[in-house]
Design a protein around this ligand. Structure first.
Ligand code: G6P
Ligand code: MG
Length: 217
């Protein structure tokens, strides 16, 4: 028997995390302040609304509801422009090999992302049809670190939460996986993702043997 796998999107499957950062940074700069890479770690995995609330708080800004809406729209337009040329070449190194292994062995996998742009991004990457289930920012009420997104994914995979393995690049996402009682694999830096059960700098550092072992019950 196999466990199920849940992949975060931004920063795990595709290197969009840097474009989210650039778009948020431009928004902050336009409002007259800056955000740092350290601050950005706290934005990873966090929904668009909560990210904007956090950024405005850092900048000491309060805005009207209408302006808040406008900022959300312009950030997303800026972000989408930055990723408009995405293709299958933009899969992060090593990801394709892992997905191929899972597909060849009929191991089910789901997306578990906070992004409302996840579906079109998966289509641009030409991997949309390969997921057993897709759960994204359009499907949840509560944002990571709440476990909702991963719990819905485990239901769709028809797996117990404790039989799911989550790949995450964000602090909020690792926390969500823990709260869901799932195995967490951090993709990124040890100092940032220390809470994860396993940590790798990127997918090229994960041996297929490791995947085989961890998915087998
Ligand atoms: C992911 C990213 C965040 C992003 C959030 C919402 O969790 O890590 O940086 O803000 O999704 O994405 P969206 O594409 O809906 O703005
Ligand atoms: Mg992420």
């Amino acid at each position: 028997d196999y466990r199920g796998i849940i992949f975060d999107l931004d920063g795990v499957i595709v290197d969009t995390a840097k474009f989210h950062f650039l778009a948020w940074r431009k928004l902050a700069n336009d409002l007259g302040f800056d955000i740092s890479l350290d601050q950005n770690e706290q934005l990873k995995g966090v929904s668009r609304v909560h990210s904007l609330e956090q950024i405005l708080q850092w900048g000491g800004k309060t805005v009207s509801e209408a302006d808040f809406e406008r900022l959300m729209v312009s950030k997303n337009e800026d972000y989408l422009a930055r990723i408009s040329h995405m293709s299958e070449d933009d899969l992060l190194p090593g990801v394709k090999e892992v997905l191929d292994f899972l597909t060849e062995n009929d191991i089910p996998f789901s997306l578990g992302s906070a992004s409302k742009n996840a579906r079109p991004i998966l289509k641009s990457l030409k991997i949309y049809d390969r997921f057993t289930a897709i759960v994204d920012g359009n499907d949840v009420q509560k944002a990571k670190p709440d476990p909702e997104v991963f719990l819905i994914a485990s239901e769709k995979l028809q797996m117990k939460p404790s039989d799911c393995i989550v790949f995450e690049d964000s602090v909020a996402g690792v926390q969500a996986a823990k709260r869901a009682n799932m195995i967490s694999i951090g993709i990124g830096e040890e100092e940032v993702l220390g809470e994860a059960d396993h940590i790798f700098p990127d997918f090229t550092q994960i041996q297929i043997e490791f995947i085989k072992k961890i998915v087998t019950k």
